[in-house]
Design a protein around this ligand. Structure first.
Ligand code: SOE
Length: 386
C-alpha cells in the first residue's frame, strides 16, 4: 500500500468547505494511485476552527499556518484564503518543499503572481490552481470536442460570468477591498472565464482591444453595523468588468463579469462558434453541453442537448460517479480536481490538464491587460504585459 498523501488546508470559510469535501471524497469515488489523508487545517479563528476540524474530519488544527511549513510529514498544502495572502503562504510552502494547490485568482496583483510563478519554477514541489470549472464533465467534454476538431476553426468566444449577490445591501468584506482582493468581479469571475476560454479552445489571448470597469456601489455597510451604530466604508473594487480580445488563431472573444446581474446567480457561460459547429455551456445547467454540428444536413441540424454524465458515452469523470444522468453539482468539480492532483503527483495522467502557477500567471496577465485597458482607454497587446 503506497504511503498516503498527507494534505493540509489553510482557510475554513466557503472554499475551506469545498476543498475539505473534495479531499474527503476523492479517495472514495476514484481509484487513486495512493490514499489521501487529511492532516491539518489552519485558519484564524480558534473557536470556529475546532468545530470545523471536527465536522470535516481534520485530525489537527492550528491558528498558525506557518506550523504547516515546519511539519515535515505534510506533503501538499491547499491554500483557500483571500487573494492577498496567497503569495506569502505559497512561497513559504514551496520553500519548505511542499506541493501547493492554490485558490484562484493566483494572487491579488500581477507582481505577486509573477513571484509565485518564479518560485514554482525553482521549487521541488508541484503547483496547482483551483480553476474548478475545467472539471465539470460538460466543460471537459467541450475541451475534448474542440481538440478533436469537431468545431473546425474557431471564430468566436462569447463568455460571461453573471452573479447578483453584490447589490447595495451586501456588506463590506475582503472581496470589496482592493488591498485584499486585488479587484472585484474581475479577478473573482473573469479569472474563471479567461481560464475556461484558454482551456476549451487551446488558444491564448494576444490582445485586449478595449475594456470597461465600473464600480456602481461605492459605499457599503460595515458588517455588524446597526441602526443605532451605523457604519459605512468604501468599496475599492469593480462591480463589473467587460472586455474584448483576440486569440492566437485570430478568433474574437468577449468577456463580461458582474455581481449586479439581477436574476442571474451563478451564470458562468461560454459559447464558441467555429467553421464546423458551435458549443454552449451554462453552469446553472452544469450537466449539459449544447452542441450544434454545422456539417449535418440543414434539414435536421440544430442544437443538440448532451447530458454529460453518460458512462457509455465515456464522458469525462462520469464512470466515477452515478449511473447515467444522475447528475453532478458544484462540489464534484473540486473532488474531480483533488483526484486529478493525486494522479498527477503519482505521474499518472489527469483526466484533463491541470493548471499550475505558470498557467494561472498567464490568466492573471490577461486580467491585468484588461484593467490597464479600462484605465488608459486603449488596446493592450499581451506581449506588453509582463
Ligand atoms: C463568489 O463570487 C464565488 O464564490 C467565486 O469566488 C468562486 O470562484 C465562483 O466559483 C463562485 O462565486
Amino acid at each position: 500500500m503506497p504511503r498516503p498523501l498527507q494534505v493540509a488546508l489553510i482557510g475554513a470559510k466557503f472554499m475551506g468547505r469545498a476543498h475539505s469535501n473534495a479531499w474527503r471524497q476523492a479517495g472514495c469515488f476514484f481509484d487513486l494511485p495512493r490514499p489521501i489523508a487529511l492532516h491539518t487545517i489552519a485558519a484564524r479563528d480558534a473557536q470556529e476552527l475546532e468545530a470545523f476540524a471536527a465536522q470535516w474530519g481534520w485530525p489537527n488544527w492550528t491558528v498558525r499556518w506557518k506550523d504547516i511549513a515546519e511539519d515535515t510529514s505534510i506533503d501538499l498544502v491547499d491554500i483557500g484564503t483571500p487573494n492577498h495572502v496567497h503569495k506569502e503562504q505559497a512561497l513559504a510552502m514551496l520553500e519548505a518543499g511542499k506541493h501547493v494547490a492554490c485558490e484562484k485568482p493566483l494572487a491579488s496583483t500581477l507582481a505577486e503572481a509573477r513571484d509565485m510563478k518564479d518560485a514554482a519554477k525553482r521549487a521541488k514541489g508541484k503547483t496547482f490552481v483551483w480553476f474548478n470549472y475545467r472539471r465539470c464533465p460538460a466543460v471537459a467534454l467541450a475541451h475534448q470536442l474542440v481538440a478533436e476538431g469537431r468545431l473546425g476553426s474557431i471564430y468566436h468566444v462569447r463568455a460571461h460570468y453573471l452573479q447578483s449577490w453584490g447589490g447595495p445591501k451586501t456588506p463590506l468584506s475582503w472581496r470589496f477591498d482592493k488591498k485584499r482582493a486585488g479587484s472585484g468581479a474581475h479577478g473573482d469571475l473573469n479569472a474563471h472565464i479567461v481560464d475556461m476560454t484558454r482551456f476549451v479552445t487551446g488558444e491564448e489571448i494576444t490582445e485586449v482591444h478595449g475594456a470597461v470597469a465600473r464600480t456602481f456601489i461605492k459605499e457599503r455597510v460595515r458588517p455588524g453595523s446597526t441602526a443605532k451604530r451605523p457604519g459605512k466604508g468604501k468599496s475599492t473594487v469593480d462591480d463589473a468588468v467587460l472586455f474584448l480580445a483576440s486569440l492566437t488563431n485570430g478568433a474574437t472573444a468577449s468577456f463580461e463579469a458582474t455581481r449586479l446581474a439581477a436574476g442571474h446567480q451563478n451564470r458562468n457561460s461560454i459559447e464558441i462558434n467555429g467553421s464546423k459547429g458551435s458549443l454552449r455551456f451554462d453552469f446553472e445547467d452544469m450537466n449539459v453541453l449544447w452542441f450544434h454540428d454545422e456539417t449535418e444536413s440543414p434539414r435536421t441540424a440544430g442544437w443538440r442537448r448532451i447530458m454529460c454524465t453518460n458512462v457509455a458515452g465515456q464522458h469525462p469523470y462520469a464512470e466515477n460517479w452515478w449511473p447515467d444522468a444522475h447528475v453532478l453539482g458544484y462540489e464534484h468539480g473540486f473532488t474531480n480536481m483533488a483526484a486529478d492532483i493525486v494522479r498527477a503527483l503519482s505521474r499518472k495522467k489527469p483526466t484533463v490538464a491541470l493548471p499550475d502557477f505558470a498557467s494561472a500567471y498567464e490568466t492573471q496577465r490577461v486580467l491585468e491587460a484588461a484593467l490597464i485597458s479600462a484605465k488608459e482607454r486603449c488596446a493592450i497587446k499581451m506581449r506588453e504585459v509582463r
